[in-house]
Design a protein around this ligand. Structure first.
Ligand code: FES
Length: 104
């Protein structure tokens, strides 16, 4: 049986968005599947960096992420790409500023 986790996205100035994430699925893809939008959507494959979020609480794993978009130090601080982020419990994330990573 597939497990469902809840993902809550906190954005400054916008209401929180909560949606279901099926077990083993990625946050960004499940947000799109539900017809919702709060996290920016780009390549959907870890290549552009626009979907950066910071995980505030919850357990998760990530698929491989390029250090160009999320450094090891940032990963240690909870930063991740939503299109690579797979919750293993309910999670709360916030939108991350594109501060150190220039978009090309
Ligand atoms: S949408 Fe491009 S890195 Fe996530």
């Amino acid at each position: 049986m597939s497990e469902i986790h809840q993902c809550t996205v906190k954005a400054h100035g916008d209401p929180d968005l909560t949606f279901d994430v099926r077990s083993g699925e990625r946050v960004l893809h499940e947000m799109i599947r539900g017809g919702r939008h709060l996290i920016d959507v780009g390549c959907r494959g870890g290549g552009c960096g626009v979907c950066r979020v910071r995980v505030i609480s919850g357990e998760y794993t990530t698929r491989r992420m390029s250090a160009k978009h999320v450094t090891e130090a940032e990963q240690a601080e909870g930063l991740a790409l939503a299109c690579r982020l797979i919750p293993s419990s309910d999670v709360v994330v916030e939108l991350a500023q594109q501060t150190s990573i220039p978009l090309t």
